[in-house]
Design a protein around this ligand. Structure first.
Ligand code: HEC
Length: 206
């Protein structure tokens, strides 16, 4: 009996102590406390009870990224589609995709996401482009390759050749403002490879 008289107040004090501690920690954690009160189960799994399936097909691309990826998703609603996992679009057709392996992310209206990968194949270049590239391997790549390429032009990247056609002609055929390759000039045969390509359109496909 003597024991119990001591034990009961002790228990009471302990209980009050725990209650106060708990209440303080709840009110002290600000907005988190509000969130966990309104949603006691914490974060809900947006994928619960769903089986989302996705697949993707791709067209070929030229050197500068003209590929088109078409994504098919099923098993939920409100889908949006992304090629970088950050920017999502409503259309399931993604344009201007560069060659390479791309990861496609699909997200439904609730935020459940799934990924798949698809390969965008770089199609073959046209013969006139190929002739210019081979000529440039010999005459230009020594100064124009890699991250520190001269004039900021890394001609080992096909897209850089294709998008620089006017400057390649200006420098290597017209010598404007000075001739390339630096310290020399191309042979008439090699200059003709550039003008033939430019006259046909100066594209990757020419
Ligand atoms: C010996 C080194 C060297 C070689 C070889 C060379 N370049 Fe250059 N290139 C440079 C340097 C340095 C610059 C930057 C200074 C300048 O623009 O003159 C440059 C800049 C350029 C630019 C960018 C500037 C502009 O005018 O648009 C183009 C285009 C270019 N080169 C084309 C060519 C082509 C085409 C070839 C081959 C036929 C070639 N270069 C070979 C050194 C070289």
């Amino acid at each position: 009996m003597k024991k119990n008289r001591l034990l009961i107040p002790l228990l009471l004090i302990t209980c009050i102590g725990i209650f106060v501690l708990f209440a303080c920690s709840k009110s002290g954690s600000g907005s988190n406390a509000t969130t966990s009160t309104t949603n006691p189960s914490g974060t809900t799994d947006p994928c619960a009870g769903k089986t989302i399936t996705i697949s993707a097909t791709a067209t070929q691309s030229d050197a500068c990224g003209t590929g088109v990826v078409t994504v098919t998703a099923a098993g939920s609603t409100g889908f949006t589609y992304s090629i970088d996992g950050t920017n999502f679009q409503v259309s399931n057709i993604i344009s201007n995709v560069a060659p390479g392996v791309v990861t496609i992310t699909v997200k439904d209206g609730a935020g459940c996401s799934k990924t798949t990968s698809v390969t965008v194949i770089q199609n073959a270049s046209g013969p006139l482009f190929a002739a210019v590239k081979t000529m440039m391997q010999t005459n230009c790549f020594s100064c124009h390759s890699g991250a520190s390429a001269n004039g900021g032009k890394d001609f080992t990247i096909d897209c850089v050749i294709a998008s620089s056609s006017d400057r390649i002609k200006a420098r290597a055929v017209d010598g404007n403002p000075s001739f390339m390759p630096q310290g020399g000039q191309l042979s008439a045969t090699d200059k003709k490879k550039i003008t033939d390509w430019i006259n046909a359109g100066g594209r990757y496909s020419d």
